[in-house]
Ligand binder design. Sequence first.
Ligand code: IPM
Ligand code: MN
Length: 370
Amino acid sequence: MYKIAVLPGDGTGPEVVREGLKVLEAVSAKTGLKFDFTHFDFGGDRYLATGEVLPDSAVEDMKQFDSIYLGAIGHPDVKPGVLEKGILLALRFALDQYINLRPVKLYPNVETPLRGKGPEHIDFVAVRENTEDLYCGMGGFAHKGTKDEVAVQSSMYTRMGVERALRYAFEYAKNNRSPRPWKGLKQEDVDKGITGQLTLVGKTNVLTYVYDLWERAFHEIGEADYPEIKRQYNHVDACCMWFVKSPEWYDVIVTGNMFGDIITDLGAMIQGGMGIAAGGNINPEGVSMFEPIGGSAPKYTGMNVINPLAAICAAQMMLSVLGEQRAADIVENAVVAALESGKIKSMSVGKIGLSTSEIGDLVAQNVADA
Ligand code: IPM
Ligand code: MN
């Protein structure tokens, strides 16, 4: 029995979460896995009604669950930052979800804006550090509101924070990727026993402290403990270029929080858009939280037009991280079958061909038929 905290959140979050839960119920019927869902109403509406962003008890409450399933946070009537910092980032930090795992995988029948690229080219995973960097909010103002105003916001990294993210990424490259000849693999690598590739994305030419720390730790850990993983390095700006030009060069990527935030939106676009992109905020020793990465899309609320596949893929990641890989594979195959049916016309809102709930029904039916 898995105890799951469900945080549907704002805007279209509840609609897509409903479809994800539908698919999990189908998984339960199929596999015998049991889920116990408890809903929480954290989000913009609750904040506007009560003035409270996250109740004091929330973090302790969340620790009682095996996992958290999140819809979206963000409300048009609330100043940007209040809910994002007060709920999403607060939970990531308080639960020490130090990994943000974002697969970038182009499924069949999904259109990518990259001409000439297909599923065989776009299949990598970004491991984004999720608790440090500019996100710590270190800094402040001096002389605020005067002509002499100063604003400082510092990126900060600890050796511990860097090291645990790197180790997670190396382990992921070693254990969680089926061997595949990503484009950079050469015969001499195979002869050397290389089985996977990890690319550190940084900015060692400018951020000579923070990414120097990353780079040293990367090579020290890789050399000592992961000889079978080939180490590559890209500056973040070049990485954006390669995402568009040659995504087939990537297998697993590891990077800091800020760069990871930016490049994974680009990654989401090349895998077909926000309608399909999922992420996991992972504490490998604690409680993790899974979400579609697209946001709350408030203007589409209640219209049954948002693609729930991202939320369904988030549920799939949740199963995988819970150790239920067979169930996760059933969901992934069901998503692929739904896409292969040709009934889903596009990943973009307004053009998906079916309604939100019909896509959920289709995937749930495929799970039942698996
Ligand atoms: C994301 C989002 C968040 C982030 C925002 C909403 C705080 O963009 O999950 O990528 O920057 O991490
Ligand atoms: Mn983001």
